[in-house]
Design a protein around this ligand. Structure first.
Ligand code: ATP
Length: 343
């Protein structure tokens, strides 16, 4: 049985549909990322699980127990928000111990658990500091420790890293994953950052306009997006709008794939594009090359079925070193890596 189950959950705000009948399950110990653009309903969904927002219809169970009418404080959850929301006048120890003290746990019980949590998040040395004496990343570690201290069954994280600068964010992202694994806690993680979602989670639910478009392992979302939206939202991609002929689309020789519609959108990743000096493929001219370190992004102007098209390829920098603007190349894409959607 899944640990957290949402069935056909809907939520409207004054006629505006925030959740349009969402169904999703989270397995015991799994980390599920809710990924999507601003306003797609990620936070609303998380708040429904937490009990901070009441949904209009549908059902939510945690550990098989129906959560209807169960107030926030009685739900087996811990939450961390984007803003650190620490008590400014309490030390790190005071903050982490707070939810335990509220539950009237014994003094020694609280102290032991606080030390355990400090060690878990790597802040054993900072226990007596006040929040304003900590960096943003450290404050978020305290917030995580405080959420985990009462041993919740489910951890809910709402963009916990988005207020941090890039370097700290990456480090803490990996750290959150380590901690989640170590504790083995079922987790739902809201983010609008696709790289974060792919890196941190066991499965990603791609949300759009109040519903889940695709829910799958990060590698599957990336290599086999099931909808046009998922293909466009996750990762870089080229998009060509093309006409089909005889149920196929050929793209000037760049690829040849089945396409059961008259007009189609063909999407493919830049790392799946090959540029060769000669051989089969669509004719193209190198436009600009952008050195990115291990890879180089090469923009080409191609002629595809009689129309000009800009395509970009991410090539290993060693392979791209011989390409200069104006060079004539042949462009091809492995047909297995082309996603086709009706235009
Ligand atoms: P973001 O990444 O910007 O936080 P989100 O995906 O988390 O976006 P939600 O905050 O869940 O999106 O909002 C979903 C929709 O519901 C949005 O259109 C939003 O404007 C609307 N909404 C959210 N909360 C309220 C509210 N309290 N009253 C009215 N409308 C709301």
């Amino acid at each position: 049985m899944s640990h957290v189950v949402l069935e056909d959950v809907t939520k409207r705000y004054a006629g505006h549909v925030a959740l349009a009948g969402v169904s999703v399950s989270v397995e015991q110990g799994e980390m599920l990322a809710l990924l999507g653009p601003s306003g797609c309903g990620k936070t609303t969904l998380l708040r429904c699980v937490a009990g901070l927002t009441a949904f209009d219809s549908g059902r939510l169970t945690i550990g098989g127990v129906d959560m209807t009418g169960v107030p926030v404080r009685r739900r087996p959850i811990g939450m961390v928000f984007q803003s650190y929301a620490l008590f400014p006048n309490l030390t790190v120890r005071g903050n982490i111990g707070f939810p335990l003290t509220v539950r009237r746990e014994t003094k020694t019980g609280v102290a032991e658990r606080v030390e355990e949590m400090l060690e878990l998040v790597g802040l054993s040395e900072q226990g007596d500091r006040l929040p304003n004496q900590l960096s943003g990343g450290q404050q978020q570690r305290v917030a995580l420790a405080r959420a985990l201290a009462p041993r919740p069954e489910v951890l809910l994280l709402d963009e916990p890293l988005s207020a941090l600068d890039a370097q700290v964010r990456h480090r803490l992202r990996d750290e959150v994953r380590r901690i989640q694994h170590q504790v083995g806690i079922t987790t739902v993680f809201v983010t609008h950052d696709q790289a974060e979602a792919l890196a941190i989670s066991d499965r990603v639910a791609v949300m759009n306009a109040g519903d889940i478009e695709q829910c799958a392992a990060p590698s599957e979302i990336y290599t086999a997006p099931s909808t046009r939206f998922a293909a466009g939202f996750v990762g870089n991609r080229n998009t060509l709008e093309l006409r089909t002929s005889g149920g196929r689309v050929t793209a000037g020789g760049a690829f040849d794939v089945e396409a059961p519609w008259e007009r189609v959108l063909c999407m493919f990743r830049p790392e799946d594009v090959s540029l060769r000096r000669e051989g089969p493929g669509a004719r193209a001219l190198v436009d600009v090359t952008v050195f990115l370190g291990a890879t180089t992004r090469v923009y080409v102007q191609a002629e595809v079925n009689g129309s000009p098209a800009t395509v970009f390829a991410d090539l290993p920098s060693r392979a791209a070193a011989s390409l200069s603007p104006g060079d004539a190349v042949r462009l091809s894409v492995d047909p297995g890596h082309v996603q086709v959607f009706p235009a």
